[in-house]
Design a protein around this ligand. Structure first.
Ligand SMILES: *Cc1c(COP(=O)(O)O)cnc(C)c1O
Length: 455
């Protein structure tokens, strides 16, 4: 790589950052790529035996007046930045819904950055627009959402949930797109549902206070009688129920609501039915869990994050809809500078510019195959079963509830040792990194067994 300063020259500078059309720096650019490959393999991936966090001190950034030699910059990242991150490669890290990405999706993400197409419109990304459309229909079919299903990739499950609620509002009160929302709408999710539903109620202007949190049982599954009586109470109070969600894989216990029955209640009260399968959706790949997804055909929309339980490098999440027309009507954006006759995802999405995450998702599916997805999902269920056995065999530990997925909730039953202190002991000893969620008023320990070599 050219060295600057002291020998700064515009040509050196340009050649450090872009491929020169005369190809004189082709090998330099290639070498930079190889240096990144070494950095990723040696300092990110090959860290299974290293601490959860090597350096807990804070980092003071400096932005220099003059550019930094790129090899020096990589060395600084290696020595100063990476030791301060949480090391998900350590198979004893099981804290949250963070997976180690499959190798293909790490490199695919770099490929996406190199192509740098924009999913705003067909003319900017023709092949990727088609790829995203076909993938969304494929996932819709996988969940049994019918022949008119469609969807869009989003920058996360929160955004997919927000989008679902917006579509629901605009379906129930089409005039609210133009004139704002009239205030008597009310939505229903369980008290174990993700906090993005509050965010969503804020964003769509219906307001957080109009989100009813329905009680769950000890495992975190919505109680159907409570749901129905909450809806009836809202109606008696002159409110208009418009949205009911079932959660497939709750954030703390990984519970799956009875999808079919929640869906039937939603339909009985003329509500939009949304399934938040951000985490649990990957369960569809195994016959062990597939029966729990019965009733998805009732859903008007569904959230699913391959970036969680399908090991796709972030970001990769989606909103699927039963009827493409709802996406068209719900967002109804205009792209005056684009050809209106083609499929433009910018019209079907809250985001404008988006990365071509479809390429990464398609490559992941293609590389693993459906049987590979099934294998990995079942493997993580088996590994979590080992953890569960270990807890059952440990007199000082209790299971909080019977797990549904590869999420195990436990607590200390030693009166002298709180779960919080136990957690810290385990982290300090390098034994396990678990999270400490609040569950039914208690701090408990949670393990999400995603690492394919967990344990
Ligand atoms: C993770 C998660 C979300 C939010 O997804 P993000 O990608 O973090 O925005 C929503 N719902 C459930 C059930 C989740 O597990």
């Amino acid at each position: 790589m050219p060295d600057f300063p002291p020998d700064f020259s515009p040509q050196n500078f340009l050649d450090s950052h872009f491929l020169n059309p005369d190809r004189s720096n082709l090998e330099d650019i290639r070498k930079l790529g190889y240096a990144f490959v070494d950095l990723i393999v040696d300092s990110v991936l090959d860290t299974q035996n290293q601490a959860f966090v090597q350096d807990e001190s804070s980092l003071k950034l400096t932005i220099p007046e003059h550019g930094t030699k790129l090899t020096d910059l990589l060395a600084e990242v290696r020595s100063q930045v990476l030791p301060r991150t949480v090391n998900f490669q350590n198979p004893r890290y099981m804290g949250h819904m963070d997976s180690v990405p499959t190798a293909i999706t790490i490199w695919a993400d770099a490929l996406i950055s190199a192509i740098n197409n924009n999913m705003l419109s067909y003319e900017l990304a023709p092949v990727f627009t088609e790829m995203e459309a076909q993938l969304m229909q494929w996932f819709g079919n996988l969940f049994g959402m019918g022949t008119d299903c469609f969807g869009t990739l989003t920058a996360g499950g929160s955004l997919a949930n927000i989008s679902g609620l917006l579509l629901a509002r605009n379906w129930k009160q089409p005039q609210s797109k133009a004139s704002g929302n009239s205030s008597n709408l009310v939505a229903f999710v369980s008290d174990a549902a993700h906090t993005s539903f509050e965010k969503a109620m804020n964003v769509i202007g219906v307001g957080k206070e109009n989100l009813v949190r329905v009680p769950t049982n000890y495992r975190g599954e919505i109680i159907l009688e409570e749901l129905e009586s909450a809806i009836q109470k809202a109606i008696r109070e002159g409110k208009q129920p418009f949205f009911v969600a079932a959660i497939a894989g709750t954030t703390v216990t990984g519970a799956i609501d009875p999808i079919q029955l929640v869906g039937e209640i939603a339909k009985r009260y003329d509500c939009w039915f949304h399934i938040d399968a951000a985490y649990g959706g990957a369960g569809i790949f195994t016959p062990k869990l597939k029966p729990l997804f019965q009733g998805c055909e009732l859903a008007d929309s569904m959230t699913f994050n391959p970036q969680k339980w399908l090991w796709v490098a972030r970001t990769c999440a989606m909103l699927i809809v039963k009827d493409k027309q709802h996406l068209v009507d719900g967002f109804d954006g205009e792209l005056p500078y684009m050809d209106a006759h083609t499929l433009n995802f910018g019209n079907l999405n809250l985001q404008g510019t988006r990365r071509t995450d479809s390429l990464k998702l398609w490559m992941a599916l293609k590389a693993m195959g459906i049987s590979g997805c099934r294998y990995l999902v079942e493997r993580s269920l088996d590994l979590s079963d080992h953890l569960r056995q270990w807890i059952e065999d440990s007199p000082e530990l209790d299971l909080v509830c019977e797990p549904t997925l590869n999420i195990i909730c436990l607590k200390s039953n030693d009166p002298q040792l709180s779960s919080a202190n136990l957690r810290q002991q385990w982290i300090d000893a390098g034994k396990l990194w678990l999270s400490l969620p609040l569950w039914k008023g208690d701090r408990i320990l949670k393990a999400v067994v995603l690492h394919p070599y967990a344990g």
